[in-house]
Design a binder for this molecule. Structure first.
Ligand code: LMR
Length: 398
């Protein structure tokens, strides 16, 4: 049986992590995989998370099963952080929330849910997008239809083309949208553009699937959820995949959630049961530890305050690094072609000037690692290296 398998190439983004780890230059800079780093180049365990974890370990009396839906306290907290505590869909009891193994687990289970409905397998995905979106969602049986989202050469959103694609989408199809801090471009829609998107979705009966992986890292916790909250208020059905990897720094603990806004409370309940059945068939139950940390943290207003302040600090630091690199590139190139880096949001921007060859030379000659598509993670930039990184980029992309 196993002789029928063929060797698989390593995941291109994860291979950058390995290449960086194997580079022993003291000058190496990791702008590759999307993890937050502090000024010391460390992806820290947040202080509020550490405190909640210590409390959890001291007080947890059992490690018995939590069930396919996961930790209910966690689910309530995530609902409130994502939708806001007074969202009409919550008040009306039209929301089903299930803990999942990370944001990836949420996306995959949502894909299974869509297929299970039997209504559609059509999924519209903007181009470019996070490299794992296509494999993760299409392997569940969805058919991806790409639409232009952002031009990496001109650094412009392709909003008109996006709207035209939505207008032409298959009836009842699902549209993958990123709530904030777009991966890999850093280019988010304005609220007016979101509202125009909602108009088309509403009119055409399309269902948004919102990937919300970076809440709090763009313009703040509430600002980064504004678009999603508006969609959930206007549209009858909204599918949301939440990740706690970045904003709680819980990457390896695999903490995420599915939030489904349904048309009626009865449909929310049926969806909740269906998601539990699908989870039971796939991995049975989500891992407990990370979600229990979030639940412990969220139940204590003091810890919640510390976490919010830490997250604010991360956001401000990333935005400062954006300004720093944009200025370094402006002085290196003598023009403003990289100004968008300063105004985009979240950890990523994509440098259209970096083709595959330039990405390879940047790593080999300057020890600066980016994602294969030319995406840079601003959080990985040491302040002192901004000038050197800008010069190295210019050398490979004059
Ligand atoms: C990224 O985009 O770098 C992160 O989301 C890590 C991953 O799993 O790809």
């Amino acid at each position: 049986m196993l002789d029928r398998l063929s060797p698989q190439p390593p995941d291109a983004l994860l291979a950058v992590m390995t290449a960086f780890a194997n580079d022993h230059s003291p000058d190496k800079v990791d702008l590759g995989v999307g993890v937050y780093k502090d000024a010391a180049g460390v992806t820290p365990v947040m202080a509020a998370v550490k405190a909640a974890e210590a409390r959890l370990i001291a007080e947890q009396g059992s490690k018995s099963y939590v069930g396919p839906a996961g930790n209910r306290l966690f689910a309530t907290l995530v609902e409130q952080l994502t939708l806001g505590s007074d969202h009409p869909a919550l008040r009306e009891g039209r929301v089903a929330t299930l803990q999942t193994p990370g944001g990836c687990g949420a996306l995959r289970l949502i894909a299974d849910l869509i297929v299970k409905t039997g209504v559609t397998t059509d999924l519209l995905i903007g181009d470019p997008t996070w490299t794992n979106h296509h494999p993760l969602l299409t392997s569940a049986g969805l058919t991806a239809h790409r639409f232009a989202y952002y031009d990496t050469v001109t650094a412009q959103l392709q909003f008109d083309r996006m709207v035209a694609a939505l207008e032409a989408a298959p009836e009842g199809g699902v549209v993958l949208l990123q709530g904030a801090c777009h991966n890999p471009t850093g280019a988010d829609l304005s609220l007016a553009q979101w509202s125009a998107v909602a108009d088309v979705l509403e009119r055409r009966g399309l269902v948004p699937l919102v990937d919300q992986a970076y809440q709090g890292l763009g313009n703040g916790l509430d600002a980064d959820a504004a678009a999603l909250r508006m969609l959930a208020a206007r549209l009858p059905e909204v599918l949301i995949a939440v990740s706690c990897s970045k904003n709680f720094g819980l990457y390896r603990e695999r903490v995420g959630a599915i939030i489904v806004v349904a048309r009626t409370p009865a449909q929310a309940l049926t969806t909740f049961g269906t998601l539990q059945m699908l989870a039971r068939r796939m991995y049975s139950m989500p891992p407990d530890h990370g979600a229990a940390i979030v639940a412990t943290l969220g139940a204590d207003p003091a810890l919640l305050g510390i976490w919010r302040a830490e997250l604010d600090g991360m956001r401000v630091r990333v935005n400062t690094l954006r300004t720093l690199l944009a200025a370094a590139l402006a002085s290196e190139y003598g023009d403003r072609r990289f100004d968008h880096i300063a105004t985009q949001r979240g950890m990523f921007s994509i440098l259209g000037v970096l083709g595959l060859d330039a990405v390879a030379r940047l790593a080999r000659d300057a020890h600066v690692y980016t994602a294969p598509d030319g995406r840079i993670n601003l959080a990985g930039l040491p302040e002192a290296a901004a000038g050197r990184v800008a010069a190295a980029i210019r050398r490979v992309a004059p």
